[in-house]
Design a protein around this ligand. Sequence first.
Ligand code: HEM
Length: 151
Amino acid sequence: MTLHHLMLFLHVLGVAVWVGGMAFAWLCLRPAAMQLPPDRRLTLWCAVLQGFFPLVWLAIALILVSGVGMLTEVGFARAPLAWHVMTLTGGVMIAVFASIWFGPWREMRTAVVAEDWARAAVAMNRIRQRVGFNLGLGVATIAVATLGLGF
Ligand code: HEM
């Protein structure tokens, strides 16, 4: 096993946690949670995201350190175009996640503590839209990284 193998392992592990977690939330948890009344649904989401979002920061750290590490092995100028695209789309995903963390996620936590369900629902809706966007971009990034789409 080389250092490259180790970095690739950590990179894909981070991707699995982040993209897999978003897929689970969107495709499995959301339809099930829709059956609950707003107060219980939003309290549940708050507890779920409180566990998931710190894991996403950890995944981001793994993805960034390993990704930049593998990129510097080859050199940015000589890296394939697909790697540049991955860096760009990965950067957008991280920015979108930061916008959730510092924006609607804060609002949602405060609103749930205050039992202001209308405000919590608005914040949760914003989080849902941005997570949906990141899920799509994450799948597209995996496609760019693996499908050999001619670049
Ligand atoms: C944000 C900065 C990122 C950088 C600098 C980066 C860079 C890299 C590099 C240099 C490789 C090694 C490719 C190889 O050795 O073949 C790689 C592999 C990979 N990356 Fe990224 N990446 C980033 C983000 C992402 C994101 C956000 C995803 C998915 C959501 C992703 C998915 C993958 C996958 C699936 C591989 C394995 C490809 C393979 O070996 O076939 N990367 N990345």
